[in-house]
Design a protein around this ligand. Structure first.
Ligand code: 173
Length: 346
């Protein structure tokens, strides 16, 4: 009797489309503005699922930050308020501090899928966010510092810079005063002079008109942007194999396309920034190396600080050696017997 009721209820929640018990509809949100650079891959993913999944699985795209603030998406996904989300680790640190660590990866997803790095992160997403890490749709896409005041070297003393968790430790290490905002507040922050600059990847500054309020880009870039599709695990566990196949196929396709897509996008937006009059402040030689090394050192230290109960550092933080390690049992990276923890990151 009880079992029957429970089953009936599950079916009622789940098969909420058109009386067809075989077809399920998932609710989706994106943490980035609709139809902009960092939502586009997800929108293509949804189109593919909805085309391929007719009669099996459909996605109801609720929308972007107008529907849900970016920093709330992780929790909404975890609790099942939404079934599927397009977001980035920096926006979900309230639910899982280690999610921001994707920025420190220096290998493509195709390798991380093979060397254990993906498996390790996926396990953390399942445990801490009740999430299936389905596909990374942004890869090969560095972050940069954008400014309205010139700097002579890697010193941000006296400057106010817009950040998310991605940039906090690095920009603070360079002396900046930092102000966290979602992307939707960058334009007005620049316009009102609340900030002198901001962190953002190489692509996408044209989407919300920031080029109008940006004078300089600092080179080189640092880290790598990650934007990914997550599925609520409770929802996932209830799907049939056929429904999962539709999602997985679209996910694999999107992830495989990311590297070449962003190669092209990176080149396109770099050119477009120059054409829009954005000047490059270019650090070279040893200055560039120190700048990037500082980014990774501060980034690693920040991740470890965020995960103090489980993480411990051994060796030093230079990104090109194999000494950066989490060594406790359940933190983001462990010192795998073959050096995996170090090798998949570096
Ligand atoms: O700057 C940001 O808002 C941010 O953290 C981010 C992350 C991935 C892609 C684009 C922006």
């Amino acid at each position: 009797m009880r079992g029957k009721f429970a089953l009936g209820l599950a079916a009622a929640i789940f098969a909420h489309s058109s009386g067809n018990a075989q077809e399920v509809t998932l609710r989706a949100v994106t943490a980035f503005a609709e139809k902009t650079t960092y939502s586009r891959g997800f929108e293509t993913f949804i189109e593919r699922v909805n085309a391929d999944g007719k009669g099996t699985i459909q996605i109801n795209y609720i929308g972007g930050p107008k529907a849900m603030p970016p920093f709330e998406v992780g929790n909404a996904l975890k609790t099942g308020v939404v079934d599927i989300a397009n977001t980035t680790g920096a926006f979900t640190t309230n639910v899982m501090p280690e999610s921001d660590a994707w920025k420190l990866t220096e290998r493509p997803m195709s390798e991380l899928r093979k060397n254990g790095g993906y498996d390790y992160m996926a396990k953390l997403y399942a445990e801490k966010m009740n999430a299936i890490f389905l596909a990374r749709l942004v890869d090969n896409n560095p972050f940069h510092l954008y400014l309205n005041k010139p700097i002579a070297g890697p010193d941000l003393t006296g400057l106010k810079i817009r950040i998310t968790p991605v940039y906090r430790d690095f920009f603070q290490a360079l002396g900046a005063t930092v102000v966290q905002t979602p992307p939707g507040e960058v334009y007005t922050s620049l316009e009102r002079g609340v900030v002198d600059g901001y962190g953002w990847p190489i692509t996408g500054i044209f989407d919300l008109g920031w080029h109008e309020k940006t004078k300089y880009r600092v080179d080189p870039g640092f880290y790598t942007a990650e934007v990914s599709v997550l599925v609520n695990k409770t929802t996932w566990d209830k799907l049939t194999d056929a429904q999962r196949v539709v999602l997985t196929k679209a996910a694999e396709r999107g992830e495989a396309e990311a590297i070449s897509e962003f190669s092209a996008e990176n080149a396109k937006d770099t050119k477009r920034q120059a054409e829009a009059g954005i000047q490059t402040i270019k650090f070279e030689g040893a200055t560039a190396e120190t700048y990037r090394a500082k980014a990774y050192q501060a980034g690693w230290e920040g991740i470890i600080k965020q995960s103090p109960s489980t993480a411990r550092k051994s060796g030093n933080f230079s990104p090109r050696n194999n000494h950066t390690r989490f060594v406790s049992g359940d933190s983001a990276w462990r010192d795998y017997p073959n050096g995996m923890g170090a090798c998949w990151m570096h």
